[in-house]
Design a binder for this molecule. Sequence first.
Ligand code: ZN
Length: 90
Amino acid sequence: MISKPYKVDGMCCGECEMAVLDAVAQARGVEAAEASARTGVLVIESSLPVDTLDVLDAVKNAGFTARLFLCEHPLSSIDSDSWRSSATDA
Ligand SMILES: [Zn+2]
């Protein structure tokens, strides 16, 4: 399963979360999604890579603005080596 995080601007409450989730559920390949109005984070889960533009378009159509997280580590595996090496205090 692939988890890919996006940053979504403009979500203020649970209804916004639902609107975003409804929208991204239409994107090809999306199997599950989580959205948090509090953190502004949307996580897309799929077994095959999902076209980023499909997700961004879906969120845009729902009235929000999404950006891809620039870092490559999924939120669920922040203990990976690459994360640890970049996050280590000097
Ligand atoms: Zn709202």
